[in-house]
Write a protein that binds this ligand. Structure first.
Ligand SMILES: [Zn+2]
Length: 254
């Protein structure tokens, strides 16, 4: 995994983009552009990516959880998790692309990734998401929403994969940024994912899953349903990825 070196042109602009306001401003410019894209050749493009180039940056795979007939968690008002996930992932991808990073979305529309043979639809869907990382030299961020019987539960919760040591670092950065920029009272700690989170169990690159908020909390649901808050969450994810790639440059020289 190559990280951003101090000589990188991106490192020079990094401090500027530490400002959430700046990132949101950048997002506002790019989210309506046609730069958001997702082709059916994504997996092949990943395999063909220039991983060996000294100036190549890791691919960032943004995974909008669920899709199609799999709506994920459903809010009391009928809002499906899958739609919020997609919007947030699109915003994060737009910001990262605008900064020059190579970013792919596992889906850019309302569908499952259930192509292939064997297993049930859901299992094929999950395996196809993980397959985006098969080429290595990438990081994986899966976007989800939470739901719990108790309405009082709220706040972003980040899970990390046990398979790559970078996962925990990325999770910490994302959890801290969510607290700093969006949820001052969030006391949640990152959690190591077990086998129940398939994508994190199978990914062998730095991988996290972010439960952005609780659809079961009325106040948080209101926020999660707004374009503005979705945009902020996307920016926090993008900011966290940039911060992760900017850290530990000495340990991962280009
Ligand atoms: Zn989910």
């Amino acid at each position: 995994m190559k990280k951003i070196s101090e000589n990188s042109i991106f490192f020079g602009s990094y401090s500027f983009f530490l400002s959430l306001a700046a990132i949101i401003a950048a997002a506002a410019v790019v989210v309506s552009s046609p730069v958001l894209r997702m082709s059916k050749e994504d997996a092949a493009r990943l395999a063909d990516s220039e991983k060996g180039e000294s100036n190549a940056y890791p691919l960032i795979v943004l995974d909008a959880g669920h899709g199609g007939e799999d709506g994920g968690a459903v809010a009391p008002d009928g809002t499906c998790e899958k739609d919020i996930n997609l919007n947030i992932a699109k915003y994060a991808c737009a910001v990262l692309l605008s900064l020059g990073f190579d970013c792919r979305m596992t889906r850019d529309g309302d569908f499952m990734l259930s192509d292939g043979e064997g297993g049930g639809k859901k299992m094929r869907d999950l395996k196809n998401r993980v397959a985006f990382t098969d080429g290595g030299d990438c990081i994986f961020v899966s976007v989800h929403q939470n739901k719990f019987p108790q309405q009082s539960c709220s706040g972003t919760q980040v899970y990390y994969s046990k398979n790559d040591e970078g996962s925990k670092d990325l999770a910490s950065i994302l959890q801290n940024n969510a607290r700093e920029y969006l949820q001052k009272n969030n006391t949640r700690q990152i959690k190591r994912a077990g086998s129940e989170i398939f994508v994190l169990d199978r990914c062998t690159v730095p991988a996290v899953l972010v439960e952005c908020g609780f659809l079961s909390n009325p106040a948080e649901l209101k926020l999660l349903e707004t374009d503005e808050y979705q945009k902020k969450l996307g920016c926090v994810i993008a900011l966290s990825v940039v911060s992760f790639l900017s850290s530990g440059a000495d340990a991962h020289p280009s």
